[in-house]
Each structure stands twice: as structure tokens, then as C-alpha cells.
Design a protein around this ligand. Structure first.
Ligand SMILES: Cc1ncc(COP(=O)(O)O)c(C=O)c1O
Length: 294
């Protein structure tokens, strides 16, 4: 049998088969919890502090109080990775409201469940699709609005993401994005979106998760001398773009070759996508913003 990953669960390090949560956990029952996903490549965790900071904001906004400080999270994530053998990893950390034996429980009265779950590194698409680009679908489902559930919460409540993804797969596409309530391009279930037009790049500025990779690409574009504009974009903008790519912790940039039936006009991946992604991986491999595991 393959070696099992070691998981951090409420202060203990246990093999995956023993990392079980109760069916009374509010994360399971209600999707009541928040999480974050950071990655390690060649033994170096990328932008760990930025991920923990984003996670802490979700925890604070969701009133999920753990006794763990930023440094405690750092130490626990590194220690969990040290107890695992793989060094290219996708590391998910999760806090749920926790367990109550009462059917109708007071949501203020819980001990949070705390999990750090590392797995071997995951790319959002296979090698073929990474080389040739993906087919992207625009769902009829809309993003949550800030007066329902602000998209900056990186929360477990993701049924609508799953439905949008199923809709896209059923339509023969590889991934999905959705629009905001007012029709502006938002994001996908695990990635943000960029488009290139006339030598500039654009990305939605509102109504999206503040992706750590999104921010990395904004900075990389500046370093590459490519103007990056945070803007309200519509599907028309995407249909008339020169290049499109999604980006995430799970692989950096992923070129789009077709969007709801419209083929991208030029080579895929396009020159700007290639240049930014090359710089992203070069940065990662240089150890910049990196935390070595060993
Ligand atoms: C809704 C959503 N948007 C965007 C992203 C990309 O964020 P990051 O670059 O931090 O991986 C994610 C990551 O899982 C996500 O869940």
C-alpha cells in the first residue's frame, strides 16, 4: 500500500486513515468553515505568509476563533510537511465551526475543528491541456454578492461551484467561470482569470477571492513591463481578447483555448501567458517568497 500522508488534526499528527471528523461537525453538516490552500515545490512552500494572512482574515470575518497565532499556523504547516515524504505538495488547511451534540446548536458555542492536509502537488489540468489550453464555460450561476457571502471568504460553502463545474463538464468543457450579479466576469471554482488585449493584461478587480497567484501575476506583469489593469470585464471582453488564462496555486497559469464556443484567435498559450507563467515558475524555483521545509 502507498505510504499514507500525515495529517494534522486538532493538535495531533495522524495518518490519513485516522483523520476522521464527526458527522456532527458543522463543516460537514452546514459547510460552516473556512480553508486555504498553499503549495510546495521542490521542498519550498510558496508565499506561506500571504496564505496564512488571507486565511486569518477569513477566520476573523467568520468568527472562527482558534487559539493559533500566525506563527503557530506556520510552525504546524511546516511540521506537518516534515512528517511527510513528498516535497511537491498541495497543502490544505481547514477550520470548521466544530462539533455539537445538540441538533439545534448555538453557533457561538463550539470548539473549532482544525485540520492540515497535505497531498502530492495537484495541477488543475493534465499535461496535454496545460500545453494546449482548456475549454472554458461561463455558467448561468452567479457569484455570491458581498451582502450574501463576500467572495473574499475562502469558505467551505461551495455547492454552487460544484453545480457550475458539473454544468461545464456536461457541456464538454474543462473548467468554468461565472459572472457577478451585475454581469461582470468574476472567477472560477479554484482560479482567477486574466485576459490579454493589445499588449496589456486585465483581471477582475472586484467580486473575487483575492487569489495569491492572481496577486503574484499582477506583480510579475509589472516586473515584465506589461501594464496590468484591474477592471470590470464582460463576456464580450473575453470573447474579443487576444489571450485568456486562469491562474491558481494548483499550477500557475493555465491557458484557455476556447470560451463558450469561441476559439481564441492566436496561438495558445499566447506569448503574454507564456512569458508571465515562465516568470512565475522561475520565481518559485529561485526560492523568492519561499519557506524551505527542511
Ligand atoms: C474561488 C477561488 N478563486 C480563486 C482561487 C485561486 O486562488 P489562489 O491563487 O490563492 O490559489 C481559488 C483557490 O482555490 C478559489 O477557491
Amino acid at each position: 500500500m502507498d505510504e499514507q500522508p500525515v495529517i494534522y488534526m486538532n493538535g495531533d499528527y495522524v495518518p490519513l486513515s485516522e483523520a476522521n471528523i464527526s458527522i456532527l461537525d458543522q463543516g460537514f453538516l452546514l459547510g460552516d468553515g473556512v480553508f486555504d490552500v498553499v503549495s510546495a515545490w521542490k521542498g519550498v512552500i510558496y508565499k506561506l505568509d500571504a496564505h496564512i494572512e488571507r486565511f486569518s482574515l477569513s477566520l476573523q470575518a467568520a468568527m472562527l476563533n482558534t487559539s493559533m497565532s500566525h506563527d503557530d499556523w506556520r510552525a504546524a504547516i511546516i511540521e506537518t510537511m516534515r512528517r511527510n515524504s513528498f516535497r511537491d505538495a498541495t497543502i490544505r488547511f481547514i477550520v470548521t465551526r466544530g462539533v455539537s451534540t445538540k441538533v439545534v446548536a448555538d453557533p457561538r458555542d463550539f470548539e473549532p475543528t482544525i485540520i492540515i492536509w497535505p497531498a502530492p502537488y495537484i495541477f488543475l489540468a493534465d499535461e496535454n491541456k496545460r500545453a494546449q489550453g482548456i475549454r472554458l464555460f461561463i455558467s448561468h450561476l452567479r457569484a455570491f454578492t458581498p451582502d450574501t457571502l463576500d467572495p473574499r471568504y475562502k469558505c467551505l460553502d461551495r455547492l454552487h461551484f460544484q453545480l457550475a463545474k458539473i454544468e461545464a463538464l456536461d457541456a464538454g468543457c474543462d473548467d468554468v467561470i461565472w459572472l457577478s450579479r451585475d454581469g461582470h466576469v468574476a472567477e472560477g471554482p479554484a482560479s482567477n482569470l486574466f485576459m490579454a488585449k493589445d499588449g496589456k493584461v486585465y483581471t477582475p478587480g472586484e467580486g473575487v477571492l483575492r487569489g495569491i497567484t492572481r496577486q503574484a501575476f499582477i506583480e510579475i506583469a509589472a516586473e515584465a513591463g506589461i501594464e496590468c489593469i484591474e477592471a470590470n470585464l464582460t463576456p464580450f471582453d473575453l470573447y474579443s481578447a487576444d489571450e485568456l488564462f486562469t491562474c491558481s496555486t494548483a499550477g500557475g497559469a493555465l491557458a484557455v483555448r476556447e470560451i463558450t464556443g469561441r476559439k481564441m484567435p492566436g496561438a495558445v498559450p499566447g506569448p503574454i501567458t507564456q512569458e508571465l507563467d515562465r516568470r512565475y515558475w522561475e520565481k518559485r524555483e529561485s526560492g523568492a517568497d519561499g519557506t524551505p521545509i527542511d
